[in-house]
Design a protein around this ligand. Structure first.
Ligand code: PRX
Length: 645
C-alpha cells in the first residue's frame, strides 16, 4: 500500500503545537486508563453554571445508556458568546463570505451576541419554549448560525435541514421531530444560481399542517409567497426585539440538536446530541486537531446543514473564541480559484474541506491554485470520505506548498466530533490514513464474527467505549438506536465503516460496509434512492448501489426494472433521474440507470447486492460465489448491458 510515504512532523510544529508526540502518548494513555480524571480536567474548558456529579455513565449493553457530566448545568450559547464578551467582545467571531465575491460581512462576538439574543427573544415571543423543536432550512448565511445559537440559548432543540434537500425530504424531517416552526429564507444562492427555499418550504408544509409559524429571512430579495397568519419576516420581528436574553440553564444531558442522517434502512434517523459532552469534546478537538491558536483565522468549507458545520463552524470554534469563516458559495464560482482567493482575501490560516472538492480542483490543474498566494495557510484538513493518496499529495504539494500538515479527520454525524485523526505536532502523516485515535477514543477492528483483531489487520471499525460527544439516541426511537449500532456486535458501537490497521497502529478507513453510499462526502441510504425510484409509476423494482467515481468518491448506480408494457428509453432514463432529484434532492441524482429486466436474487428472494456492486464497478471477471443465484442468466444480462466499462 501507500504507507511507504511518511511525512514526519516538521521541527517547528513539534515545538509550537499544543500537542507533541510525547504529550500525545501520555495524554492518550491517561484518557483511557483514567477517563474520569482526564475528562473532568478537560471539561473545565467549558463554563458551567453548576458542576457535574458524575463524569461518565455509559453502558453499551442492554438498553444502551450514554451520559456524560450528569448533573452539570450549562448553556451552549453562553459558552459560544457571553463568556467571550469581556476579553474579545470586539474581536471577529464570524467572517461571512457571500456567493458573490464582492459580498462579505463580519460579526464581532458582541454583535453576534446581540443578534442571537434578539432572535432568541423573537423565538420566545413566538411561543418557542425549552425542549421544543425548531426546523431550520437556511442557506449558508449568518442567520443560520444566529438561529442555531438562539435555539441553544433558550433550550430549544434545533434541527437544521440542508438547503439542498427537496420539499419531501424537508417535510419528513419536520414531521419526524414534530416541529411547529420553520426558519427559512426567500432563496439561497450557490454559484450564482438561486435555490427556491421558501417555495420548497411552502410545498413541504402542505404535508405539515402542524407548522403554524414560518420565519423568513430576506436574503436575495426574490419574490415569495407569504401566507397570512403563518409567515413572518425575520427583519421585521428583529426590529423591536431586545438585545438581552438570559441563557436558559440546561442540564449536561439536555438535547442540543437533532440532525438527520441516512442509514442502510428506512428513512433518515434523527441523531440526537446533548449539551455538556458535545461542547467539551467539539471545543477540545477543534483546539488540538487544528492546533487553533488565539488570533488564527479558521475556515471549514462544509455546509452547516451537515454535522461538520455544526461542530466545526459553529459550536467548537465559537466555544474557543475563534474567528470562524462561513462561506455561502462553491469552489468553482466565479472560477476554480475561488477557495484560494478567499484564503488570500481573509488571510485564512487553517483550511478544512472535503476530498471531493480537492479532487474536483485537482482536475483543473495547478494554475488556478498557483496564481494565488496562500502564504497565510499553516494547516490543512479533510473530512467526509477516504482521501486517495494522489489527491492528498496534490493538496499537500500544490495547495500547501509542502509547508502545511494535513489532518485527515475521520468521524460521523453520530460521533459528534472527530475520533480518528492526526494531531499536527504529534503525528507523522501517511497520505490516505486518518492515523490515530483522539484522546478517550478506543477504536477496534473486528472480523465478521465480532472478534477483536490485534496488530496489523483489516475488518470492521467499532468503538469499545463512549466519548463525550457521542450521539445519545435516535430521536423518538431508542430501539432503532440500539438495533442500528449495538445489536450486530453486542457491547460495541458499530460505525458501519471498514478499516485496516497497519503495523504502526495507523487506521486506514476503507469506506462503508453497509448499504450507505458516500456521494461527495454526503451520506445517502441506497434504500432511500430505491424507494424514490419505485414511487415512479414506470418502475416495478429498483436496486441501488455505489460505484467508483473519480470526483465524487462514489456515484449512484441504479438498476431499474420497468413495469410490464413500459419500454426503456433515453427520455425515461432522464425523467427517472429528474424524479429522484425532485424527491430527495440534487445530491441523490443517479449517475447511472441500467435497465434490468430482472434483478439477481437468491433462491429465497434476497437481492444479491454484492453482485450488483461488482457489475457497477466493472469488476465482472470475479463475481465471487454465485452458487445461491436463482437465475444466473439475469446476471449475464446485466453484465452485457453494464454502463461502465
Ligand atoms: O464512511 C465514513 C465517512 O463518512 C461517514 C460519515 O458520514 P457523515 O455522518 O455524513 O459525516 C461526515 C462528516 C463527519 C463515515 O462513516 N468518512 C468521514 N470522514 C472520513 C470518512 N471516511 C474516510 N476518511 C475520513 N476522514
Amino acid at each position: 500500500m501507500a504507507d511507504t510515504n511518511v511525512f514526519p512532523v516538521p521541527e517547528s510544529w513539534k515545538k509550537s503545537a499544543w500537542i507533541n508526540k510525547e504529550t500525545y502518548h501520555e495524554m492518550y494513555e491517561r484518557s483511557i486508563k483514567d477517563p474520569e480524571g482526564f475528562w473532568s480536567e478537560h471539561a473545565k474548558r467549558i463554563d458551567w453554571f453548576e458542576p457535574w456529579k458524575t463524569v461518565k455513565d455509559s453502558d453499551f449493553q442492554g438498553d444502551i445508556r450514554i451520559r456524560w457530566f450528569e448533573g452539570g448545568k450549562l448553556n451552549a450559547c453562553y459558552n459560544c458568546l457571553d463568556r467571550h464578551l469581556d476579553k474579545r467582545g470586539d474581536q471577529v467571531a464570524i467572517i461571512w463570505e457571500g456567493d458573490d465575491p464582492s459580498v462579505d460581512k463580519t460579526f464581532t462576538y458582541r454583535q453576534l451576541y446581540e443578534e442571537v439574543c434578539r432572535f432568541a427573544n423573537v423565538l420566545k415571543a413566538q411561543g418557542v419554549k425549552k425542549g421544543d423543536r425548531v426546523t431550520i432550512y437556511l442557506p449558508m448565511i449568518p442567520e443560520l448560525a444566529i438561529a442555531m445559537l438562539a435555539c441553544a440559548r433558550i433550550g430549544a432543540i434545533h434541527s437544521v435541514v440542508f438547503g439542498g434537500f427537496s420539499p419531501d425530504s424537508l417535510a419528513d424531517r419536520i414531521q419526524d421531530c414534530d416541529a411547529r416552526i420553520v426558519i427559512t429564507s426567500d432563496e439561497g444562492l450557490r454559484g450564482g444560481r438561486k435555490i427556491p427555499l421558501k417555495a420548497n418550504t411552502d410545498e413541504a408544509l402542505d404535508k405539515c399542517p402542524e407548522v403554524d409559524r414560518v420565519i423568513v429571512v430576506r436574503h436575495t430579495g426574490g419574490d415569495v409567497n407569504m401566507v397570512a397568519g403563518r409567515d413572518l419576516y425575520w427583519h421585521e420581528l428583529m426590529k423591536d426585539a431586545p438585545a438581552e436574553c438570559p441563557p436558559e440553564t440546561m442540564d449536561a444531558e439536555d438535547p442540543l440538536f437533532i440532525l438527520y442522517t441516512s442509514g442502510s434502512t428506512g428513512k433518515p434517523k434523527g441523531v440526537l446530541h446533548t449539551t455538556g459532552g458535545y461542547m467539551v469534546y467539539t471545543s477540545l478537538t477543534h483546539q488540538y486537531v487544528f492546533d487553533y491558536k488565539e488570533g488564527d483565522i479558521y475556515w471549514c468549507t462544509a455546509d452547516i446543514g451537515w454535522i461538520t458545520g455544526h461542530s466545526y463552524i459553529v459550536y467548537g470554534p465559537l466555544a474557543n473564541g475563534a474567528r470562524s469563516l462561513m462561506f455561502e458559495g462553491v469552489p468553482n464560482y466565479p472560477d476554480f480559484s475561488r477557495f484560494w482567493q478567499v484564503v488570500d482575501k481573509h488571510q485564512v490560516n487553517i483550511f478544512y474541506t472535503a476530498p471531493t472538492a480537492i479532487r474536483a480542483l485537482m482536475r483543473q490543474g495547478d494554475e488556478p491554485v498557483r496564481k494565488t498566494s496562500r502564504k497565510s495557510l499553516k494547516l490543512l484538513g479533510t473530512v467526509g470520505e477516504p482521501i486517495n493518496p494522489e489527491a492528498w499529495l496534490w493538496y499537500y504539494n500544490v495547495v500547501g506548498e509542502k509547508r502545511c500538515p494535513i489532518v485527515d479527520t475521520w468521524w460521523q454525524t453520530e460521533t459528534g466530533g472527530i475520533l480518528i485523526t492526526p494531531l499536527p505536532g504529534a503525528t507523522d502523516l501517511k497520505p490516505g490514513s486518518a492515523t490515530r485515535p483522539f484522546f478517550g477514543v478506543q477504536p477496534a477492528i473486528i472480523n465478521q464474527e465480532g472478534q477483536i483483531l490485534e496488530g496489523a489487520c483489516s475488518g470492521y471499525l467499532v468503538m469499545l467505549d463512549s466519548w463525550p460527544a457521542m450521539m445519545r439516541t435516535v430521536y423518538g426511537d431508542h430501539e432503532r438506536f440500539k438495533t442500528t449500532y449495538f445489536v450486530q456486535y453486542p457491547g460495541k458501537y458499530f460505525t458501519g465503516d471498514g478499516a485496516r490497521r497497519d503495523e504502526d497502529g495507523y487506521y486506514w478507513i476503507t469506506g462503508r460496509v453497509d448499504d450507505v453510499i458516500n456521494v461527495s462526502g454526503h451520506r445517502l441510504g441506497t434504500a432511500e434512492v430505491e424507494s424514490a425510484l419505485v414511487a415512479h409509476e414506470a418502475v416495478a423494482e429498483a436496486a441501488v448501489v455505489g460505484c467508483p467515481h473519480d470526483i465524487k468518491g462514489q456515484g449512484i448506480y441504479a438498476y431499474v426494472t420497468l413495469v410490464s408494457g413500459v419500454e426503456p428509453s433515453e427520455e425515461l432514463r432522464k425523467s427517472l433521474a429528474e424524479w429522484v432529484r425532485k424527491q430527495i434532492g440534487p445530491i441523490a441524482t443517479p449517475d447511472y440507470i441500467q435497465w434490468a429486466p430482472a434483478l439477481p436474487k437468491t433462491r429465497s428472494g434476497k437481492i444479491m447486492r454484492r453482485i450488483l456492486r461488482k457489475v457497477a464497478a466493472n469488476e465482472v471477471s470475479d463475481l465471487g460465489d454465485t452458487s445461491t443465484l436463482a437465475e444466473p442468466e439475469v446476471v449475464e444480462h446485466l453484465i452485457r448491458n453494464r454502463m461502465v466499462r
